[in-house]
Design a protein around this ligand. Sequence first.
Ligand SMILES: Nc1ncnc2c1ncn2[C@@H]1O[C@H](COP(=O)(O)OP(=O)(O)OP(=O)(O)O)[C@@H](O)[C@H]1O
Length: 359
Amino acid sequence: MKEDTKREITINKILRMVAPGTVLRDGIENILRAKTGGLIVIGASEKVLSIMDGGFSIQCELTPSHLYELAKMDGAIIVSEDVKRVLFANTNLNPDHTIPTSETGTRHRTAERVARETGQLVVCISQRRNVITLYQGLFKYVLRDISVILTKANQAMQTLEKYKTVLDQELTNLSALEFEEAVTLDEVTTVLQRFETVLRIKAEIRRHITELGSEGRLVSMQLDELVATVDEQAYLLVKDYMNHGHDVTPHHVLSLFHGMPADDLMDGAKMAKAMGYAPSVNVLEEVVPSRGYRVLNKISRLPQPVIENLVEHFDILTNILSANVDHLDEVEGVGAVRARMIRDGLQRIQEQVLIDRHI
Ligand SMILES: Nc1ncnc2c1ncn2[C@@H]1O[C@H](COP(=O)(O)OP(=O)(O)OP(=O)(O)O)[C@@H](O)[C@H]1O
């Protein structure tokens, strides 16, 4: 797994643990409001136990009010790995003082060092600054105010809506060109670049939603409605146009796009290379035939195995379009009725995209 992906998973896991709506977050918010400050370590691993000094063994259920009451005492609170029980309170932590830390106050220095030394998640609630900071290993994250994240999420959603409208129009135009057999690699890579941008904004909004926890439900519903099929559409487009002999899956190609710096996404030749085309290819002039997966998926009640059989039999969309009912009937899984359904379906789609296209 790539480093970025691993980091993303770790961040999401941590943010989910302290998201609004969780018992832990309610407790943290109580401590913040009471202005007592707090230092909470999640998980009493061997390493954590070895740097603990004094305090009380508590062994009680973790509730927001228990956390709040225990934070009135000095020292750190240690909770169980599953965040269900408070194990110790009022304990002094003695991490290795040679571990570097960028913090100044003793609470925050201790938090950062403990996180680096033990690898556990440490939550530091500042008494004076009204800030919650999360540490785990080398990772440090300052939790933002819910209203700030909500504003960011809504702004990102507006941007996404604009990009999605343009993407839909570009897909319609591409479909029209497919029926005219006039698609160049340039058109394909432009649409794929748009897809990748939409997917990146979607991922950013997902991160906001994770951090918003129970407060993010509405944004989450909006997002699902807006881009429910985007991943699948991108997959089908890559499947339609990746170089025939290219021996990787469309998912692999998509993961290469995900890993590309923004500048490379604007470079059609680099996108084409990820799809298995030679670096020397002239994307502006290279006319590429669609295999037909995306268009065939628009025909209702056409099972995936039949779509696979059709593409295998006819190789490219143009051949499927010019096949008569008898030819279609020869394909495994296609009877006379389904053959007519495919012909009518393709005709309807063609008529529709020609109406909707706008260049
Ligand atoms: N090694 C430690 N183990 C456990 N608790 C500690 C440790 N060091 C500091 N603390 C806690 O931090 C409190 C002191 O915080 P201090 O003001 O020095 O830190 P800070 O990082 O500036 O935090 P704040 O922003 O809350 O003031 C102590 O009263 C104690 O509760």
